[in-house]
Design a protein around this ligand. Sequence first.
Ligand SMILES: NC(=O)c1ccc[n+]([C@@H]2O[C@H](COP(=O)([O-])OP(=O)(O)OC[C@H]3O[C@@H](n4cnc5c(N)ncnc54)[C@H](O)[C@@H]3O)[C@@H](O)[C@H]2O)c1
Length: 420
Amino acid sequence: MYDISRRGFMGAGAAFFAAAGMSAQGAEKKEKIQGFDERDAGKLEGKKWEPFSDKKVRVGIAGEGFCSFGSAFGYQTCPNVEVVACAELDAGKRKLLQERVKAQKAYASCEEMIKHGAEDKLDAIYVATDARSHIRLAIMALEHGINVTTAVPAFLGKDQLEFVPKLLDAVKRSGKIYMMNETTAFRPECYAMRKLYENGKFGAITYTEGEYFHPGGNDVDAAKNLPHDHFSYGAWRWGLPPQYYPTHSNGFYTCVTHKRFTEVTCTGVASLKFPYRAEAKNEYGNPYGSEYAMFKCEDGSAARMLVAWDNPGYGAEMGRIWGQKGCYVPEKGGYCGWFADEVKKDASYLKPQLAPGMDLGGHGGSHGYLTDDFVRAILLKDHKVCVDVIAALNMTLGGVYAHMSAMKGGETLKIPEVTL
Ligand SMILES: NC(=O)c1ccc[n+]([C@@H]2O[C@H](COP(=O)([O-])OP(=O)(O)OC[C@H]3O[C@@H](n4cnc5c(N)ncnc54)[C@H](O)[C@@H]3O)[C@@H](O)[C@H]2O)c1
């Protein structure tokens, strides 16, 4: 019997350490978290950064959990931002977050920060709390007239589907910006794919692939000998169905084409590594360590999107796209595909320079670009964010329906369309 109590974990943990070929006592060091050391944004366009506004957006930041994501997106180094407030439930992390982002005020919860939004003249908040709270906090911010961006995913699983129309309604009624910080969107390869797509280079898209292989449980807390899933707030990562975290793979289609998935069939593979997953003894009733989805897409193309907690990664989030006129296939150590040379020669396929001193952050140097995108959209009337509410929901919905398909033995499911 495995549950998320400490006693329950120790059974599962013993099996994990045995499978990993080490004793529980032997797991001394905390391994690095995949994606965080990828701070290279790739080759940049080379043009000097041009100031675009003399205004500053007044921002509040919530959440400094296991990944320290609140402080990792460069708000504190962005010349068009004033970090007015921050919020964390945990007092120690709140202090850290406040120091790191140099916030003037610190609140005991994101809800409190939103309630004081008018008093603090908050223009925007960035929600880096646990995945389960994103959509509820985003709706609350919009209802208070505050622009919002959240970490991924937009919402967590089948149980939160009811929030989807509420989020769309809040965006429509507030007229404010909702964005999701999908890091894939500003990886250099995805950026190039999007530009090639917008320039019509691919012709009609025929096929896309994306993978997010993140071997769970490899990030071991040295002091407590527990995989980091255990420490996620409310244990939201514990037994998480892989396709409930689908945005890093689905992003290679959605953040390029801005089109949606219409149908899905998905194969779930039982977790061999973690008994607490394999026996579905988790709050999600999830037995799978890997979920491999095939989607039909709005433009008639197909997409094969994989999320796995059990497979060793071979890089980070990766993806490639094919069209009738050509393909773009980034590989480790270089690029192949028809447009590889064009992307090398034409600087407009490369990411632009960020403001001097602005922190790029990890995941392909994408963090700073997501912050820049959000801030520009608030300050400039004609700037639209890449990952808007429709893109965020399409990426997330695709995965949630993929998991539902896997649980039904791969039955093909139609994915609902969301509109504003
Ligand atoms: N590549 C990526 O895009 C990427 C990578 C890592 C993490 N993430 C996302 O970043 C977020 C944080 O991840 P994590 O591993 O640090 O999560 P976590 O569960 O370890 O931490 C969440 C933190 O949020 C705080 N919190 C919860 N509710 C709050 C509230 N109402 N007000 C204030 N604080 C609140 C908790 O106290 C906790 O410290 C998650 O949404 C995750 O999906 C994205």
